[in-house]
Design a protein around this ligand. Structure first.
Ligand code: SDX
Length: 393
């Protein structure tokens, strides 16, 4: 980049690792989990079935799915000492560092995960993470609103249990709205994996040192927190509210982006891989009207989002840079309609991405050939030089 060295194109395009889990064609806008098109999984599968598919490589039989579901339901409780962690966090703490701290702390409650990796230890750590992350996320929400925590109800499915622990109260029964549960289940499916994105590569890189699964997932959660990655869904809502609160003038906002005023970006647009419409965004947009209609979403923000998309897709600045809506563009509107505060949107991204992170960690652990290994660099610093004494500097 400085003209000192010219990068061999092959070097720049060297794949980080090989994997059998997810296939993306960024130009054609294709996404498949273990060979199954995302469109078919979104329409016909469930989040827990997709989690099984990503982690074990095949769609489960009915018996396998029941066994997987039962195992997870037996591990949804947190250790009472881990629950006390939440007393220590500030009430206005952002939930993502709360999530990564609690997940990292899981390895202190299950020390067996720290010893050399075995199939059996990996299996129980997998089940504990899938079962406990929704509980940790719900407790982070309850802490932020000063409400009592609800114990899991294992007669409910994974998503329903999470919704009840989040929005329910000990003083009265809480019936999970099936439309709400189905919408969240769909969004979790769409977020479940995405090849070597920043957070998944982080999980693989940390895990390549044989760090335990809890520590690796905690690192992934921290990577996802970044506003250019998982933090974008919250940033989209803040952007839409900003446009609304300044009079709804979409055109002048688009011009600010094109003029790069104050580094403002069209959040929820662009992608490192998709240089076409993100297939997940297409599915979410298609259902956004339906879901927001059922949940009573804020139509004014949806209208602004649609106007933004319309302007951008007709403007050479975005078309030339191949900037299309990504998975985050419409998601935040749906999360808001579900009743989640903006700062919890990235937590929901983490809940969806968890099976993908676990699948990649297991793949890398089981097959060292798929390890990212130790990345190398192109040195572009100063050439060799001699030490300079202080009085000569
Ligand atoms: C996710 O990798 C994954 O798979 C991630 C993810 C997953 O499932 O894990 O898909 C989830 O992270 C989706 C992305 C969420 N982030 C955002 O929506 C934030 C806004 N997007 C940008 O930050 C950006 O688009 C990136 C980082 C996502 C991708 O950047 P690129 O494709 O590498 O593009 P770039 O940064 O090299 O920019 C190329 C040009 C620049 O302009 P010029 O220098 O040519 O003038 O495009 C411009 C950029 O300024 N640009 C944008 C823009 N994104 C890129 N301009 C305005 N708004 C934007 N969103």
């Amino acid at each position: 980049k400085t003209g000192l060295v010219t990068l061999d194109p092959g070097f720049v395009n060297t794949a980080a690792c090989s994997s059998e889990i997810t296939y993306i064609d960024g130009d054609a806008g294709i996404l498949r989990y273990r060979g199954y098109p995302i469109e078919q999984l979104a329409e016909r599968s469930t989040f827990i079935e997709v989690s099984y598919l990503l982690i074990y490589g095949e769609l489960p039989s009915e018996a396998q799915l029941n066994d997987f579901t039962t195992k997870i339901s037996r591990h949804t409780l947190l250790h009472e000492d881990l629950k006390r962690f939440f007393d220590g966090f500030p009430r206005d703490a952002h939930p993502m560092p709360v999530l990564s701290s609690a997940v990292s702390a899981l390895s202190t409650f299950y020390p067996e995960t720290l010893k050399p990796v075995t199939e059996e230890r990996t299996e129980i750590a997998t089940i504990r993470l899938l079962a406990k992350l929704p509980t940790i996320a719900a407790y982070a929400y309850k802490k932020s609103v000063g409400q009592p925590f609800l114990y899991p109800d294992n007669s409910l499915g994974l998503v329903e249990n999470f919704l009840r622990m989040t929005f329910g109260f000990p003083a009265e029964p809480y019936d999970v709205d099936p439309a709400l549960a189905r919408a969240l289940d769909l969004l979790f499916i769409l977020h479940a994996d995405h090849e070597q994105n920043c957070s998944t590569s982080t999980v693989r890189l940390v895990g390549s040192s044989e760090a335990n699964l809890f520590a690796s997932i905690s690192a992934g959660i921290n990577a996802l927190f970044g506003p250019l990655h998982g933090g974008a869904n919250s940033a989209v809502l803040e952007m839409l509210e900003g446009i609304r609160d300044s009079g709804g003038d979409v055109k002048s906002f688009v011009n600010k982006v094109k003029n790069k005023e104050d580094g403002v970006k069209l959040m929820g647009f662009g992608h490192r891989v998709y240089k076409n419409y993100d297939p997940r965004a297409a599915i979410i947009k298609k259902t956004a009207d339906e879901i927001l209609g059922k949940l009573g979403g804020d139509d004014s923000l949806l209208d602004i989002a649609k106007q933004l998309e319309e302007h951008a897709l007709a403007d050479d600045y975005f078309v030339q840079r191949k900037l299309y809506p990504n998975v985050d563009f419409y998601t935040g509107l749906i999360y808001r309609a579900m009743g989640f505060p903006t700062k919890f949107f990235t937590v929901l991204f983490a809940l969806g991405r968890l099976p993908g992170w676990i699948a990649h960690w297991r793949e890398m652990t089981n097959d060292p050939a798929t390890k990212i290994g130790r990345p190398r660099q192109v040195y572009i610093g100063p050439k060799e030089r001699d030490y300079v004494a202080m009085d000569a500097r």
